[in-house]
Ligand binder design. Structure first.
Ligand code: HEM
Length: 183
């Protein structure tokens, strides 16, 4: 299954802001559509009036069994009626990150940056899904997607601010922060 996020002029989500965090930005588009497909289909003609990002959910790389159990016990699924705010945060990590071994990356991701341990308290308010796209030849390595009720908007700011301070984030070379609300 592939999920396509298309910034353009129509779609189920209205774009509030597209903020460059690190590296090259994405052009502002007023709407975001989110669709699923069985195959990656390339647009016949690249459009000036839209951008599209594709990713696929994948297996876990770093999560250990007890962490997986903790996450499963508290996390919320996508599509809750009250979760009318969302964020699409595409991220690319540097070659230095990918040159590390799996074990070295896990150390930075969790032992030093506490990505999972520190984020758990934001569940179930923030629902999340990670899509991988590094192997699809996409401009980003990951598309991260979060859904929350408008009342939890400041909680979400706290979460992203916390993660951006971590050692893991020193390997992020491109990050764009797209905020949307349900139409
Ligand atoms: C990966 C949890 C918020 C960006 C992961 C993984 C977990 C996780 C368990 C590892 C998946 C694996 O084992 O492969 C959480 C929780 C969050 C949260 C519980 C709280 C809601 C965020 C936020 C961002 C983010 C806000 C972006 C600003 C990423 C990225 C990866 C990741 C880019 C992939 C890392 C890699 O494979 O190198 N997250 N996360 N996460 N998360 Fe989060």
């Amino acid at each position: 299954m592939f999920r396509t996020f298309r910034g353009g002029h129509s779609g189920g989500w209205r774009v509030i802001s597209i903020a460059p965090v690190t590296g090259e930005p994405l052009p502002f588009m007023p709407a975001l559509s989110v669709t699923d497909s069985e195959a990656v289909s390339l647009p016949l003609v690249p459009s000036r009036n839209a951008w599209r990002l594709v990713g696929a959910p994948s297996n876990l790389r770093y999560t250990e069994r007890p962490e997986k159990q903790q996450l499963t016990a508290v996390q919320a699924g996508l599509g809750r009626v009250e979760a009318t705010s969302a964020a699409l945060i595409p991220i690319r990590k540097s070659q230095a990150w990918w040159d590390l071994t799996q074990e070295e990356r896990r150390k930075i991701f969790e032992d030093k940056s506490h990505h999972i341990a520190s984020s758990l308290r934001f569940l179930p308010a923030i629902a999340r899904q990670l899509y991988h796209c590094r192997d699809l030849g996409e401009p980003f390595d990951f598309l991260t997607w979060f859904e929350f009720a408008p009342a939890h908007a400041s909680l979400f700011e706290e979460l992203v601010a916390m993660l951006r301070e971590t050692e893991e984030w020193s390997y992020v070379e491109r990050e764009v922060d797209v905020r949307v609300v349900k139409e």
